[in-house]
Every structure is written in C-alpha cells, then in structure tokens.
Design a protein around this ligand. Structure first.
Ligand code: DC
Length: 228
C-alpha cells in the first residue's frame, strides 16, 4: 500500500483536502495539495504586481517563484522560497485570481512538472502519495493506482467552505461563498486545458450526505483494497 499513487479530483469545496489528508495520515502516505501550488504562484504574481490577465507577462515569470511544498499530511505547507504562505494563499484576493492563472497552459506545464517530482520523491522514499486537484487522474497521474472523483451538492460545499473560512478568521457569508464556488467551478470546468473532468476509471464518491469520517473510511477502503 505504501508505494501506491492515489488521485483525488473534485470541485472546489468538495472536501478533497480533508479527505486526502485524513487517508494519507492513516495509511502513512504522503499528501500533495496541487491547488496550493496554483495559489502560491498566483500570490507571487499579485505581490509582484503582475496582471494575471496578461498571459505573456505571466508566462515570462514562470521561473520567478520558488514554490516549495511539504508532503506531510499532518503539517501540509506551501512556501515561496523560505516564507511559509499557507495562510495567505487562502485570501480572497488569491481565490479571485487563481482560476485565470491556472487556465494558462504554460503555468500548468510548469506546475505539473513540480507535482510529478513530488510524486517521484515520495515513491523514492518508499511511501505512497495521495495527490488532490482537478486534473490528477486525467493528466498529472493518468496511471494512478486509485482514482477518486469527489462530489458534493453545491449548497453543502458552500456551507462547509464558509465554516472553514470562518475558522481561519475570514468572515464570508454562505450565499457569497456559494456564488464564488459556482464561478470557480465554471471557470475550472470550461477551460480548454486540463479542465476539471472525471477520469473514466475514477470511483465517484458523493460526500453530500456523508460526514468526513465516513468519506475518509470509504476512500481508505478503496486504497487498502487496491494494495492487496
Ligand atoms: O483546490 P483549490 O480550490 O485550492 O484550487 C485552487 C484553484 O487552482 C482552483 O480554482 C483550480 C486550480 N487548480 C487546477 O486548475 N488544477 C489543479 N490540479 C488544482 C487546482
């Protein structure tokens, strides 16, 4: 089981991060949040006053930021060089800009390279890895041992995401959160490069009526089953 690769895809707020971290922690696997990498790159662009709508300008700075991610499910973090930006990448400014950045093919190519490197590093250390995002089962790891597509009703996703934001000290209403998730879902699903799509061989897990514990248990069982 330890050397397996697991792809978990799904839309914003579907619970991918909590489920992926939970399963990885229980099975002694590594964990990679690819959305955090798109967010870290977006934060770097905003800080450097680079217009995210100016594609040539963004592409000219692909090598600008040094994006460093940890793959410990107990302490996931993303840094720009040595500065931990794990909290700042969740700011409304980054959330509003990240879909535009992640729609740029050259950005995706660059970050997919880093993602695959993280997977190679985990496997080289004898550990399996759970990678979560939008295109993991289709593009990043098409040969993943287990593929899960996580779904949840939009209203439920908005409630959960608003509660998470509140816990982080960001007060955004549920209605506003739901509108934002719908906007990002549309942008992430309609883009031409690597849109959010369910891989043909993914297992669909509906988290609408299930609590976190039972979704973790479902995915954990899929991984354990595959390891036999
Ligand atoms: O999972 P998240 O909401 O933190 O991801 C932030 C954005 O990054 C999301 O709007 C879509 C994009 N993303 C992507 O295009 N591909 C991935 N593999 C992961 C995230």
């Amino acid at each position: 089981m330890t050397a397996l690769t697991v792809a978990i895809d799904g839309s914003a707020g579907s619970g991918k991060s909590s489920v992926s971290r939970g399963v990885a922690a229980r099975l002694g696997m590594r964990y990679l949040d690819t959305g955090a990498m798109y967010r870290a790159f977006t934060l770097w662009l905003l800080r450097n006053d680079i217009d995210v709508a100016d594609v040539p300008a963004v592409v000219a700075h692909l090598e600008g930021p040094d994006i460093v991610t940890t793959t410990d499910p107990e302490a996931p973090a993303v840094a720009l060089a040595t500065e931990d930006v794990s909290l700042e990448i969740r700011s409304p400014a980054v959330t509003a800009a990240v879909s535009a950045v992640s729609a740029i093919p050259q950005v995706r190519r660059r970050l997919v390279e880093l993602q695959r490197q993280a997977v190679r590093d985990a496997l080289a250390s004898g550990r399996g890895i759970i990678v979560e995002g939008r295109d993991i089962g289709t593009v990043v790891l098409p040969d993943a041992d287990v593929k899960v597509f996580l779904m949840a009703d939009p209203a439920v996703r908005a409630q959960r995401r608003a509660a998470e934001d509140t816990a982080r000290g960001q007060q955004v209403g549920v209605a506003e959160t739901q509108a934002d998730l719908a906007r990002r879902d549309a942008a992430d699903s309609d883009r031409t490069v690597s849109p959010l799509t369910q891989a043909d061989d993914a297992v669909v897990v509906d988290a609408t009526y299930a609590d976190l514990e039972s979704v973790i248990a479902t995915v954990q069982a899929l991984v354990v089953e595959r390891s036999r």
